[in-house]
Design a protein. Structure first.
Length: 100
């Protein structure tokens, strides 16, 4: 199971929106769904006034109906990785993937 598919890793979501001034994102972090480790890590980082590490993945929205309310992006906690490990089939994020 990939990091993006593991429900224990999900911290929140972002939705792409359009306005007269351009594209923007709205979202939320949902601590009610976090496991104890994720909650403790975020609380510890905030208490120490340190950055909170996040990973953001774009969801495949191609099969969603046009009026879908599902998020465009998932916010996840980072997974511990072996320093020597590199993603073999990862698609790089380009400027066209980020609307602003």
């Amino acid at each position: 199971m990939s990091n993006a598919q593991d429900p224990n890793n999900k911290l929140g979501a972002l939705w792409e929106k359009m306005s007269g001034r351009g594209t923007y994102m709205t979202g939320k972090l949902d601590p009610s769904k976090w496991d104890d480790d994720a909650l403790a890590a975020v609380i510890d980082a905030l208490a120490a006034r340190q950055p909170v590490p996040l990973v953001v993945f774009r969801r495949d929205t191609s099969k969603d109906p046009a009026d879908s309310k599902r998020p465009t992006w998932d916010i996840l906690k980072p997974r511990a990785r072996d320093a020597a490990a590199t993603p073999r089939d990862a698609t790089p994020v380009t400027a066209s993937d980020i609307p602003f």
